[in-house]
Design a binder for this molecule. Structure first.
Ligand code: FEO
Ligand code: CA
Ligand code: CA
Length: 637
């Protein structure tokens, strides 16, 4: 999500070539061999039950090189992929999600009602996962909708403001479950589908785990502290070996109207008067934290959804801690316990790891319904000598005592930021997605950027975050000392992003190839290919350190070889996010979010169209894009 609503859009649309822009067919990235199944290595094979990447991927030709030609960076209002590939839009904001009898057409002037929006795909697609119904030919996509640009959402943007507009904005948040299938004419959305579902900011949900029922979770509408309406700002995601989808609540605090002078807890979580301008509190009182001070505590969680069951009540899993959650990447220990890696995307926030108490059982969600309610949450400390420690967020351990404001485990989890502060965790440069290499078990995390590092009273550089005014971001990598539940690790910088032709970019980590900055989306596919997606703010694209990067992009890398090669360039003003593949690795789905992002997007419906009319020539629409190879081959080879 763009952070700089009030900054000027760049006007530099030049397509300056860079030293890396000449595609060299001799550059080949070797893909590691010996991989039998998409998730066997990551999830332990036999435990799988309809999970996102289940199934044999023998088609992932073993030991071959990545073979695509680098896509030159260009300032275009389109999706560019390598020669021999095709990218097609499959489902956009406002398309019917596919509920039988409730499939209203999208109205290009933004005049769909709140009720119609509640059965159409939401706005601003983000994290996403494919759940097979028929292997690699038919499946479900669970798609996050991070936030709304109300300028685009309504016919006259925010020039007027009504209760109906608030209800429509809430209906455009959350998650969509859509069914997709391969046909002789390419992939299409299945309409209608018995699986089709919208989960919005008004959908009833359960709260589970140690913070459920806590005093700080109780409100006038929910005196039990165990039930809540909706999920917000669903950014990145995860998927579990037992077949469920995890959606993560990122910048939830932006929706809440706070007092002039918030208390210490409110300040630590960024509560402020007016929030970030969503204006929901004007017509929906629960978003007025001056009247309902506990309501914000009920957001900032990882939410579990069974995509196969449209009647399932989503569950907020408090054992995983409260944060401005970016994503939740699940892997397994050797004995089958779930490990969840999570970044908190805010300046100087932390990286977390949850280790489940129990082993994953065969039998899908029914057999693992409580698995994410019991376990230990840790926060990362990166030492200067290349070692690191996982510090437990456990009540009465170390400083996390009642005397310090943590009377029980629920308090530790609700105030996870304050607990991590006390433990001395390392303040990172905006941790975004995490990814676990299924083969090497190395873990990666994107640190997208942090221009405040070293500025004024902000923290200065440290070993893990080595650049002051870190405009370009970096990717950190660690290896647990033993199994994934270890409490110690060793770490290194995988890459400090930047353009080597500019003075600020240092070569580090033996990485070479196409330039990028502000890494965000991150996934290691079952072969061990690391996919990197970028989210450079539109106020920055094409300027300064980004002078050669007018648009956002996606790149691929074999970490054992170190070359990073550009696979995709996105339309103007978008970020590239969300990535998943069918088990045979012959189809990739990615999301294009907020094409045409502009300085006035929150209020003016016409402004974004000056920058982008992707994909249909009218109001720009976030959309899922399906990518296939024209010869039907495996993506990337
Ligand atoms: Fe929603 Fe941190 O990106
Ligand atoms: Ca993101
Ligand atoms: Ca981002």
């Amino acid at each position: 999500m763009a952070k700089d609503f009030d900054l000027m859009e760049n006007s530099n649309r030049s397509a300056n070539p860079t030293i890396y822009d000449v595609s060299d067919p001799a550059r080949r990235i070797f893909v590691r061999g010996a991989l039998a199944s998409a998730t066997a290595a990551l999830f332990g094979g036999g435990l799988l039950a309809g999970c996102a990447s289940t199934g044999s991927s023998k088609a992932a030709a073993l030991g071959r090189d990545i073979g695509f030609a680098s896509v030159p960076m260009r300032d275009v209002d389109d999706v560019l992929v390598p020669p021999g590939y095709t990218a097609r839009v499959i489902c956009r904001w406002g398309d019917p999600v596919g509920i039988a009898g409730k499939m209203p057409a999208f109205k290009p002037d933004g005049s769909n009602s709140a009720e119609e929006q509640a059965v159409q795909l939401g706005m601003h697609h983000d994290g996403m996962a494919y759940f097979p119904l028929d292997g690699s030919r038919r499946g479900l996509l669970a798609i996050n909708h991070e936030y709304t640009d109300d300028g685009l959402l309504h016919p006259d943007g925010m020039k007027t403001w009504t209760a109906d507009k608030v209800r429509k904005a809430q209906a455009a948040h959350g998650v969509s479950i859509v069914e997709v299938e391969a046909t002789p004419n390419g992939w299409r959305q299945v309409l209608p589908s018995k699986y089709a579902r919208r989960i919005t900011a008004a959908t009833p949900m359960l709260i589970s785990g140690p913070a459920a029922g806590h005093t700080w979770m109780k409100t006038a509408a929910d005196p039990t502290g165990t039930r809540v309406l909706g999920t917000l700002n669903n950014c990145a995601n995860g998927y579990t070996p037992w077949g469920t989808y995890l959606t993560c609540e990122e910048n939830f605090i932006n929706y809440f109207h706070g007092p002039d002078n918030p208390d210490e807890h409110g300040k630590r979580w960024g509560l402020k008067k007016g929030g970030a301008g969503y204006r929901w509190h004007e017509f929906d009182e629960r978003f007025d934290a001056t009247k309902h001070p506990n309501e914000p505590n009920r957001f900032g969680w990882v939410v579990e959804i069974d995509p196969m069951d449209p009647s399932m009540t989503p569950i907020k899993r408090t054992a995983l801690g409260r944060a401005a959650h970016e994503g939740a990447t699940v892997a397994l220990t050797d004995d089958g316990r779930a490990v969840v890696y999570m970044g908190e995307d805010a300046r100087f926030e932390y990286i977390y790891k949850f280790v489940s108490r129990d082993r994953v059982k065969p039998g899908g969600f029914a057999a693992n319904r409580d698995l994410l309610d019991h376990g230990t949450l840790y926060v990362a400390k990166f030492n200067a000598d290349g070692t690191g420690e996982w510090l437990p967020l456990v009540h009465d351990r170390g400083p996390l005592t009642a005397a310090n404001g943590f009377a029980n485990q629920g308090a530790v989890l609700i105030k996870a930021r304050q607990a991590s502060d006390l433990l001395g965790a390392t303040k990172m440069d905006r941790p975004e997605w995490t990814a676990v290499d299924p083969i090497s078990k190395e873990v990666y995390c994107t640190l997208t950027n942090n221009s405040n590092r070293g500025r004024d009273k902000s923290p200065g550089v440290d070993a893990a975050n080595p650049r002051a005014n870190n405009t370009m971001g970096h990717i950190i990598r660690w290896k647990e000392s033993g199994d994934l539940d270890a409490t110690r690790f060793t770490w290194s910088h995988f890459v400090l992003a930047g353009d080597p032709s500019l003075p600020r970019a240092e070569a580090k980590g033996n990485i070479r190839g196409d330039i990028f900055g502000s890494p965000d989306g991150l996934w290691v596919d079952p072969r061990g290919v690391l996919w990197i997606q970028t989210d450079v703010s539109t106020s920055t694209l094409g300027k300064g350190d980004y002078v050669n990067l007018p648009n956002n992009q996606m790149l691929a890398c074999d970490p054992t070889k170190g070359e990073i090669r550009r696979f995709l360039v996105g339309p103007r003003g978008c970020e590239v996010t969300g990535i998943t593949m069918t088990p045979d690795l012959r189809t990739m789905f990615i999301n294009i979010q907020h094409p045409g992002e502009s300085p006035s997007e929150r209020s003016d419906p016409d402004e974004p169209m000056k920058f982008s009319r992707w994909p249909d020539g009218g109001r720009p629409r976030s959309a899922t894009v399906v990518i296939t190879k024209n010869d039907g081959g495996v993506i990337g080879l």
